[in-house]
Design a protein around this ligand. Structure first.
Ligand code: XUL
Ligand code: MN
Length: 343
């Protein structure tokens, strides 16, 4: 069954270019401009961290008023909010992690902030909460009791599932960065945690291509695993040149064959037919000038769409014959010819 594709990106994907080694190199682009681009380029949704959507220190009534304004602006532009992700890693309370911090006070901060993110999601009309456990790990092994930390991870999921009976939690796992070693580094780890919760049916997966590659895993196989569990509820497409920092490169620009494999499995299993988005998590290169700071998103969407065409042009009967003959050398040659328009 072929997939149906609607695209999304996050406002943080268009940024000012600062990195750990240097300052900003571009002016801030207002959110309204990002929305204009989304509409013009044919995106269907915006992804939000809680504090991308609203100032999370506002009194609740004021916060909800602002959220209603944001929702109206999105509605007026024919856009949805795809998900809310609590941005826990900026706050001083989360220096040692959020829900796995060694400090009870800091753990409580993280729990309250996650609950608030659930409420923000509901105000914006989405039932998806994305959890990326950024600082839920360690730099020094003995600094954190990993057994206890995993127990606390399950506890947090239960608290959130209990807090709102309709929220769905999408775990987005990454093995390292900013921590040296992140707890629950892969999708498999997170699914194991999900199985211990009070409602595993509301705990699913968002696979980011680069995060899988940083764990030296094959992104399309990670997607296959989540699909096999019926839990591929979100994706973050991007690319990664080997095991280094999380590069969030334009989809397909470092590993075109891996990009093809991702589109192949998504299309084969009808990704998107239940309203899932093709999410991009792609950072504008620091070297880009101001006036071309959206190109990486438009290009990634175009590359995805071109790959869908390539995937659908495949002679599946021929592929099946090669598989039956176990002639994977020829299969690999055929796929490359498809990609190069020479099949
Ligand atoms: C970090 C990352 C995040 C999540 C959302 O590597 O991918 O932006 O996608 O919190
Ligand atoms: Mn991501």
């Amino acid at each position: 069954m072929a997939g149906t594709y609607r695209f999304s990106f996050g406002p943080w994907n268009v940024h000012e270019g600062e990195d750990p080694f240097g300052p900003r190199v571009r002016e801030t682009i207002p959110f309204e401009e990002k929305v204009k681009f989304a509409v013009k380029a044919g995106f269907g949704a915006i992804q939000f961290h809680d504090d991308d959507a609203v100032d999370v220190t506002l009194p609740i009534a004021e916060q909800n008023k602002k959220l209603a304004e944001l929702k109206k602006m999105l509605d007026d532009n024919g856009l949805e909010a795809e998900f809310i992700a609590p941005r826990l890693w900026f706050n001083p309370h989360t220096i040692d992690g959020g829900w796995t911090s060694n400090s009870a006070e800091d753990r409580q901060y993280a729990i309250d902030r996650c609950k608030r993110a659930v409420d923000i999601a509901k105000e914006l009309g989405t039932d998806r909460l994305v959890l990326w456990p950024a600082r839920e790990g360690s730099y020094v092994r003995e600094a954190k009791d990993s057994k206890l930390a995993y127990d606390r991870f399950v506890e947090l999921l239960n608290i959130l599932l209990e807090h709102d009976k309709t929220i769905r939690i999408l775990g987005e796992m990454k093995p390292n960065e900013p921590c040296d070693s992140t707890l629950s580094p892969t999708t498999g780890h997170f699914l194991a945690l999900a199985s211990r919760t009070i409602d595993p049916d509301r705990v699913g997966i968002l696979i980011e291509s680069a995060h899988a590659m940083l764990a030296n895993l094959e992104p399309s196989d990670e997607m296959g695993m989540a699909l096999s569990f019926g839990k591929l509820w979100g994706i973050h497409l991007n690319d990664q040149n080997g095991l280094k920092f999380d590069e969030d490169k334009t989809f397909g620009t470092a590993n075109l064959n891996k990009a093809f494999s991702q589109v192949y499995i998504l299309d084969k299993y009808g990704y998107g037919n239940n309203g899932e988005y093709v999410g991009l998590d792609i950072k504008v290169l620091r070297t880009q000038k101001q006036d071309v700071s959206f190109a990486h998103l438009a290009n990634s969407k175009a590359i995805f769409e071109m790959l869908v065409e390539k995937v659908r042009s495949c002679d599946q009967k021929y592929i099946d014959e090669l598989i039956a003959a176990r002639d994977y050398e020829e299969l690999s040659f055929y796929i490359l010819k498809v990609i190069m328009g020479k099949a």
